[in-house]
Design a protein around this ligand. Structure first.
Ligand SMILES: C[S@@+](CC[C@H](N)C(=O)[O-])C[C@H]1O[C@@H](n2cnc3c(N)ncnc32)[C@H](O)[C@@H]1O
Length: 252
């Protein structure tokens, strides 16, 4: 499935299932606008707690602030109304425009790897539904997020504002360029996969900063990579496993 981690043992079977699921998800395509049905953040508390315990904590994500954020943000308010019953399931979901909201475990894993503090300024590339941005807003001091598909960016802005995350700064644009006016960032997260590490984003990372991204081919298996910029600007890379994300698009 898209935006999903692939544990080693299950990789071959999962890959076949993923491709079948992805075809369905992409065909499901266009989601209804969020105004179609009101969303209440207080619903699905039990489902959310179970998600945190079974899908996230038991798989090794332990950072208490990340677990608390995943237990707090109402994921069901970021998916199209017809997907709400599945919002806490262990897989990505279609959000319209051929895009997906990532699997909860992947959101938690990437958020934990960034080691965010309340003083940090973080940039997300690929706002999508706005869910990851809300999780980041629980963990960092300032959140910037860029989405290339205008329709998705507008919907995410509504969802975030409606849930009290209006301080997340959103921009419709091409994430390859980053957000130079707001740089440098303590952390950068890419939720779409580029074929190469975008140099502009590395440059916008502060000394001591962390960047996480799925790196690899369009609709293939990608490597989840954690990049760290040392105090002297030296870049180091660490692989966190294999994933499948939607490709990062380029603007015309
Ligand atoms: C897996 S989805 C994002 C999931 C999102 N973080 C969430 O929480 O719902 C990837 C998103 O990246 C966006 N995207 C793809 N290429 C992009 C680019 N060059 N700049 C900004 N956003 C991009 C897609 O439109 C899509 O919404």
């Amino acid at each position: 499935m898209l935006c999903r981690a692939l544990p080693k043992a299950a990789r071959a079977t999962a890959l076949a299932l993923m491709l079948a699921w992805a075809a369905g998800a992409l065909a499901a395509g266009q989601g209804p606008p969020p105004r179609e049905a009101a969303c209440h953040g207080g619903q699905y508390r039990e489902e959310r707690a179970l998600m945190v315990r079974r899908q996230i904590s038991q798989r090794g994500v332990k950072a208490p602030r990340v677990l608390a954020a995943m237990g707090k943000v109402p994921r069901h308010c970021f998916v199209p109304a017809r997907q709400r019953e599945s919002a806490y399931a262990d897989h990505p979901l279609p959000i319209g425009q051929g895009q997906t909201i990532s699997q909860p475990y992947v959101v938690a894993l990437m958020s934990e790897a960034l080691k965010l503090t309340p003083q940090d300024k973080v940039l997300e590339i690929g706002t999508g539904s706005g869910y990851q941005a809300a999780v980041l807003a629980e963990l960092a001091g300032e959140v910037y997020s860029i989405e290339i598909v205008e329709e998705l960016g507008k919907r995410a802005a509504q969802a975030l504002a409606g849930l009290g995350y209006g301080r997340v700064r959103l921009k419709i644009g091409d994430g390859y360029q980053g957000w130079p006016q707001a740089a440098p960032f303590d952390a950068i997260i890419l939720t779409a996969a580029p074929p190469k590490i975008p140099q502009a984003l590395v440059e916008q990372l502060a000394p001591g900063g962390r960047m996480i991204l799925p790196l690899g081919p369009r609709f293939g298996v990608q490597e989840l990579l954690l990049i760290t910029k040392g105090r002297q600007g030296v870049i180091s890379r660490q692989s966190l496993g294999q994933v499948r994300f939607v490709p990062m698009m380029k603007s015309d």
